[in-house]
Design a protein around this ligand. Structure first.
Ligand SMILES: Cc1ncc(COP(=O)(O)O)c(C=O)c1O
Length: 318
């Protein structure tokens, strides 16, 4: 299968069920359970080119969330944490990447097509590729334009909404496409009771009068690892951070709004539903957090080296 070079430049290998294989050989049967029912769980994390060389960001937490998601689907990922981390590192090394996005994915594979997947094997994939400019090249400096989505974020009584499960992303997909159709960069989704949940693939924060707030897990959010990092960092920098329900109107009247995610990192929001956020430019607290976070992921803040793991000194396996 030919590679779409624009999307996946400079990558030749994928880790697939225990082996590094050529990109075009990482194939599955069309009747795999995960294809028919979206019964997969995945992660997204980054490797940064730090002053110490390539380092993955909070890889152990990502593996832990991957396993938590799998547990919600009655799935067991058939590799140890050490094997998965080694597989991530080897995929980065084998593709000769220094900074990249990493996509671990596990799904119920090919065996039977009843909705009950428990007899199906679990296929496991780790892919890496360079992925800059998430939400557009100007997003970091100028901020993104968002709208509220008519689609609400999946509620935890319907499905395990805290699981990063492939099928759940139909909601994000519909909301993002709808936002783009309307000329926006990203959509913000409400939860089942009408409070703010999160964006399609990012958590959301608001700033009002110097206080930072973000919805809690009871607002059907994905427990973002960047969100957790920003909460810790902001507190350490002396800001007050509230984890609470956020009404839609608070977004419109906020001084600053920003989104966080492994792919998006920290992105200021400059407009929501044709209302300028603050001055319409990235605000001072957002800029402060972006600057501190970019030092951290470059390895320049010794306090946070604990969030970075070396990818070198691992012997590639084939
Ligand atoms: C729905 C959703 N919310 C939030 C996030 C942010 O999570 P993280 O910071 O762990 O990437 C993501 C990205 O993984 C996501 O897909």
């Amino acid at each position: 299968m030919e590679k779409v070079k624009k999307w996946f430049p400079d990558v030749e290998k994928i880790w697939f069920n225990g082996k590094l294989v050529k990109w075009e050989e990482a194939n599955i049967h069309v009747l795999s359970h995960g294809v028919a029912y979206g019964s997969g769980v995945f992660e997204g994390l980054r490797c940064y080119n730090t002053i110490y060389g390539p380092r993955t960001f909070r890889v152990k937490e990502h593996i832990e969330r991957w396993r938590d998601s799998a547990k919600q689907l009655r799935m067991t990922i058939p590799y140890s944490d050490e094997e998965l981390i080694e597989a991530i590192n080897n995929t980065i090394i084998e593709n000769d990447l220094e900074a990249c996005y990493i996509r671990p994915l596990a799904f119920f594979g090919y065996h039977s097509l009843g909705v009950d997947p428990l007899d199906c094997p679990v296929d496991v994939v780790i892919a890496t590729w360079p992925w800059e400019d998430y939400l557009g090249s100007a997003a970091k400096s100028k901020g993104v334009r968002c709208c509220f989505s008519p689609w609400i974020r999946v509620h935890s009584q319907m499905v395990p909404s805290a699981a990063k499960a492939t099928g759940l992303y139909i909601g994000s997909m519909l909301a993002r496409v709808d936002a783009k159709d309307k000329g926006f960069d990203e959509a913000i989704m409400l939860d089942g009771v009408g409070n703010v949940a999160e964006a399609c693939t990012e958590n959301i924060f608001v700033v009002k009068d110097g206080v930072i707030a973000t919805p809690g897990l009871d607002s059907s959010i994905l427990p973002g690892i960047t969100r957790k990092s920003i909460i810790e960092l902001a507190k350490e920098l002396g800001y007050t951070v509230e984890i609470r329900s956020i009404a839609r109107g608070e977004i419109y009247s906020a001084n600053e709004v920003f989104l966080t995610g492994s792919a998006a990192e920290i992105k200021p929001v400059r407009e929501v539903d044709a209302r300028k956020i603050g001055s319409g430019e990235p605000g001072p607290i957002t800029k402060h957090l972006i600057s501190e976070f970019s030092n951290i992921v470059r390895g320049k803040n010794s306090k946070y080296l604990k969030w970075l793991d070396s990818v070198i000194n691992v012997k590639p396996v084939t």
